[in-house]
Design a binder for this molecule. Structure first.
Ligand code: AMP
Length: 221
């Protein structure tokens, strides 16, 4: 099963994907996480990615598509994958379709999360992520705080704030989303595999609730 997580930054893609990964036992592949890992390790890819990410810009398509293409060749994703943060451009979506087609696969469901803009900024600024790469649980220090400040409930590792989670880059990231990523909503709507849902405190629905809804839906698929 190929699941795509779509939505502006801060809508809860990572939270939903993290829960689906555990419940459905399918690997979660986040292009953002791959870039951050490389940035931490100081690789050539990391240095290149950092020059874009620090400005809130998208990493070029050719670089990003290559990473996903190679990742899709690995054995652990043969039976399914949750793509979190990819595709982000129509070009990436088209290339993904070609790669999947060559493997006799297709995108099964595109989960499109929407959140009011003011809330997105608040969510990004309040986001903390578990520093343990095998855990990566996401918290919101206001809406979904850890039991002990700064410590992950699940694995006890330190929680960190992503470097790009600041008010300066968030506007650029949102602009990217509305200009180049949001056309993907129409792209997948036409293909008939779009599942849109709102994540917002105003309707008392957070990532955890969406994940629950999806697990039920996908179990019956
Ligand atoms: P994320 O963790 O998904 O919020 O991604 C963090 C940053 O990595 C984004 O703001 C982009 O700069 C970059 N990035 C992640 N995924 C992609 C992608 N599919 N295409 C281009 N840039 C990406």
């Amino acid at each position: 099963m190929v699941i795509i997580m779509l939505g502006a930054p801060g809508t809860g893609k990572g939270t939903v994907a993290g829960i689906l990964k555990e419940k459905l036992n399918i690997p979660q592949v986040s292009t953002g996480d791959i870039f951050r890992k490389n940035m931490k390790e100081g690789t050539k890819l990391g240095k290149l990615a950092e020059s874009y990410i620090s400005k809130g810009k998208l990493v070029p398509d050719d670089v990003t598509i290559d990473i996903v293409k190679n990742r899709l060749d690995e054995k652990d994703v043969e039976n399914g994958i949750i793509l979190d943060g990819f595709p982000r451009t129509v070009k990436q979506a088209e290339e993904l379709d070609k790669i999947l087609e060559s493997k006799g696969k297709k995108v099964d469901i595109v989960v499109n999360l929407t959140t009011p803009k003011e809330e997105i900024i608040e969510r990004i600024v309040n986001r903390r992520v578990c520093s343990n790469q095998d855990c990566k649980t996401i918290y919101n220090i206001v809406l979904n705080p850890p039991k002990k400040e700064g410590i992950c409930d699940k694995c006890g590792s330190e929680l960190i704030k992503r470097k790009d989670d600041n008010v300066e880059t968030v506007e650029a990231r949102l602009e990217n989303y509305f200009e180049v990523t949001s056309p993907l909503v129409e792209y997948y709507e036409k293909k008939g595999n779009l599942y849109s849902t709102m994540v917002s405190k105003t309707i008392n629905k957070l990532g955890q609730d969406v994940a629950k809804e999806l697990v039920e839906k996908l179990k019956n698929k």
